[in-house]
Design a protein around this ligand. Structure first.
Ligand code: AMP
Length: 178
């Protein structure tokens, strides 16, 4: 399936979770057998070209695509988790949201020094989540040069923010506007 055909499988829900937000819902994409496998194949090809030695995905929707990409490439997967979920000593990073802050945590032993880790998530909006994930993985000693998304919302500037942190960004599709 082409990226255009995959884009047609994403459901847009207006005013969720707040008025004015166009929620790009991947439920309909992952519920479509060919849509799911083609999304994973496209992402895996890009991660392979980027020399991925490990895939990292952010809770929760990054787990769906990230773990599938890692399995397709025969490499390991690193879950970047919400606070308090991992049963071991973690490293964490707090990052700013539009209102308030949030936190991501990971197992510092999940990556080796110098290992090439590619970030995978469903969507990049402001880039705050992906940037925090990149910083966290770098804190653990690994190398992050690429982040892959199913959906980019370019008008929110997240991809540019990541590129400013020396992370190459690619997405299977773009939705203009918010
Ligand atoms: P951000 O940190 O702003 O790049 O937000 C990224 C995360 O928020 C992604 O992992 C998405 O799951 C979610 N998200 C943000 N905006 C949207 C949107 N318009 N539609 C669907 N998910 C969104």
């Amino acid at each position: 399936m082409t990226p255009e055909a995959l884009k047609a499988l994403v459901r847009t829900v207006p005013d969720f979770p707040e008025p004015g937000i166009q929620f790009r819902d991947i439920t309909t994409l992952i519920g479509h057998a060919e849509g799911l496998s083609a999304s994973v194949e496209h992402l895996a090809a890009k991660a392979c070209a980027g020399g991925a030695q490990k895939i990292a995905g952010m809770e929760a929707r990054g787990f769906i695509f990230g773990a599938a990409v890692a399995a397709a490439l025969g490499i390991g997967f690193v879950p970047i988790r919400k606070p308090g979920k991992l049963p071991i000593d973690t490293i964490g990073i707090d990052y700013a949201l539009e209102y308030g802050t949030d936190r991501l945590e990971m197992d510092p032993q999940a990556v080796a020094a110098g290992e090439r880790v590619v970030i995978v998530d469903d969507l990049i909006a402001t880039g705050g989540t992906a940037l925090a994930a990149a910083e966290l993985i770098r804190m653990a000693g690994a190398v992050v040069e690429q982040a892959l998304f199913v959906i980019d919302l370019p008008d929110l500037g997240g991809a540019e923010k990541l590129r400013g942190a020396k992370v190459a960004v690619e997405a299977l599709m773009h939705f203009e506007g918010e």
